[in-house]
Design a protein around this ligand. Structure first.
Ligand SMILES: [Zn+2]
Length: 164
């Protein structure tokens, strides 16, 4: 039964930076533990109420209920594992900065004009910006590929869910 309280939050270990970025694309709060000792990673997961995502069996064991052991090496399959475990959905309107995990804020074309190429400005009116790193996002041609990756993970998760 899915909890009606807070959405799941994640902390990906060093080997799973790419998975963290995909979770951010989907709209979930996913931090990435880089250059941290296991004890510090575990403490952070507990303090911030995050599920620790790891491919390290020992670390997953130490994390107990706070941990999730990922089985696959493959990016889509890893995302599928997390989607299936937590019933994640693709919150297209809530995509976070893939670099720093911050919520994005809408900005107008004027504000974006200094930070995106002219050909992009000609074709798009809606932009999102990260308040932390300043990166500008827009749903250009690359967005279809991003959606395809996420939707493939969701499709497989539901196909492989099976009876519990
Ligand atoms: Zn950012």
């Amino acid at each position: 039964m899915r909890s009606m309280t807070a959405e799941p939050r994640f902390l990906a270990d060093e080997m799973l930076g790419s998975l963290a970025r995909w979770l951010r694309v989907m709209g979930y709060d996913a931090e990435y533990a880089r250059d941290m000792r296991d004890d510090d990673i575990l403490r952070r997961a507990v303090e911030e109420g995050r599920t620790l995502l790891t491919r390290d069996r020992e670390l997953a064991r130490k994390a107990g209920e706070r941990g999730m052991l990922l089985h696959s090496d493959d990016g889509v399959e890893q995302l599928e594992e997390v989607v299936r475990q937590f019933d994640l959905v693709f919150n297209e309107e809530r995509t976070r900065c893939t670099l720093c995990n911050r919520d994005l804020v809408p900005i107008g074309p004027e504000e974006a004009s200094e930070r995106v190429p002219p050909r992009v400005l000609e074709r798009h009116r809606e932009f999102l910006s990260c308040p932390s790193c300043g990166r500008v996002y827009w749903k250009g041609t690359h967005w279809a590929g991003i959606c395809a990756h996420v939707n493939e993970a969701i499709r497989r998760a539901s196909a492989n869910r099976g009876p519990h």
